[in-house]
Design a protein around this ligand. Structure first.
Ligand code: PHE
Length: 330
């Protein structure tokens, strides 16, 4: 037999070792051939030759297994080295989107009222004069319409100037009791530091049998709402006028920037106006065919809330889509 032990030991790869295995241990391999040649050995020598052959086979097998173990370990080591991950390597995080601060603020407001079982209603952005003005006690000769100038279409329709028309639609479609809010986009002919032609409102309405809904109820819920949104602030109600409510009030919170001491944001008054509200005017109930009911209503601008909550100085920056601002809200 050639020196197979040496051959096995000099194999450099598992492939090489496999060729040796076939040539040595295979069916037509050297060992099989050596055993077959036993037939030519004289009978008296057979036991001795067989014993030698078996010993040789044993030591070849041992050498082979040893070599295979060694080559497999080396191959594994090489693979681990090649496939190793450097976990300390810097990889930039994928950028993820986020809710716009105005929408996130709107969600917080909706969450508060939804938790008190107010239904969330919506309506068309393109409205008619009846739902946007007339039914809200704003006849076409009334000067209060001037504060809510808007874009008119040729067919007399208009871009809604508040979400109050949703309250009209809901009252006409349902029967009292009603407990609803109407969040959504609204439009006005305005553009300066604190006004944009499109902005968002959440308005609320509660209607029940005559005498069941009072100004005290309105005051309690708005105070609780403002404390939930702004924390420990003072809240005051100021008499005001809206065509669709009587009596009406505007609601202020103590300035969250100067804690009521007076600063530029609150025009040195110590107060920030955040809401309009009042008891629903009887003319509004008449327009929707309701009798013997009472109710309160309120409305707020979502952008103003977002600006105050996040201390954003210019309202217009909320609509510019500037990533340097938006990325701060992820
Ligand atoms: N609709 C009013 C506005 O847009 C807000 C408001 C709603 C005021 C309900 C009072 C009561 O200005």
């Amino acid at each position: 037999m050639e020196n197979w032990i040496e051959k096995i030991e000099s194999a450099r790869t598992l492939d090489e070792l496999e060729s040796i295995r076939i040539a040595l241990f295979g069916k037509k391999g050297a060992l099989s051939k050596a055993f077959a040649d036993m037939k030519n050995v004289p009978p008296e020598e057979k036991p001795k030759v067989a014993k030698e052959l078996n010993l040789l086979k044993q030591s070849l097998t041992r050498a082979f297994e040893e070599k295979r173990g060694e080559l497999e370990a080396r191959a594994l080591e090489e693979r681990l080295r090649e496939e190793a991950l450097d976990v300390s390597l810097y990889t930039p995080r994928p950028e993820s989107g986020a809710l716009h601060p105005v929408m996130a603020t709107m969600d917080r407001i909706i969450e508060y009222f939804a938790s008190l079982n107010f239904s969330v209603e919506s309506g068309p952005l393109v409205e008619d004069e009846f739902h946007n003005f007339e039914a809200l006690n704003l006849p076409d000769y009334h000067p209060a319409r001037d504060m809510q100038d808007t874009f008119y279409f040729k067919d007399g329709k208009l871009l809604r100037t508040h979400t109050s028309p949703v309250q009209i639609r809901t009252m006409m479609a349902q029967k009292p009791p009603i407990r609803m809010i109407s969040p959504g986009a609204v439009f006005r002919r305005d553009f300066d530091l604190t006004h944009t032609p499109q902005f968002h409102q959440v308005e609320g309405l509660m209607v029940d049998e005559e005498g069941k809904v009072s100004f005290a109820n309105l005051k309690w819920i708005l105070e609780d709402f403002l404390h939930t949104m702004f924390g420990d602030v003072d809240v005051r109600f100021r008499p005001s006028f809206f065509p669709f409510t009587e009596p009406s009030a505007e609601v202020d919170i103590s300035c969250i920037f100067c804690k009521g001491k007076g600063c530029r944001v609150c025009s040195h008054t110590g107060w920030l106006e955040v809401l309009g509200c009042g008891m629903v005017d009887p003319n509004v109930f008449k327009a929707v065919g309701y009798e013997n009911v009472s109710g309160y209503a309120f409305g707020l601008g979502v952008e103003r809330f977002a600006m105050l909550l996040h201390r954003i100085p210019d309202l217009r920056s909320l609509f510019e889509g500037d990533l340097r601002l938006l990325e701060q809200f992820q």
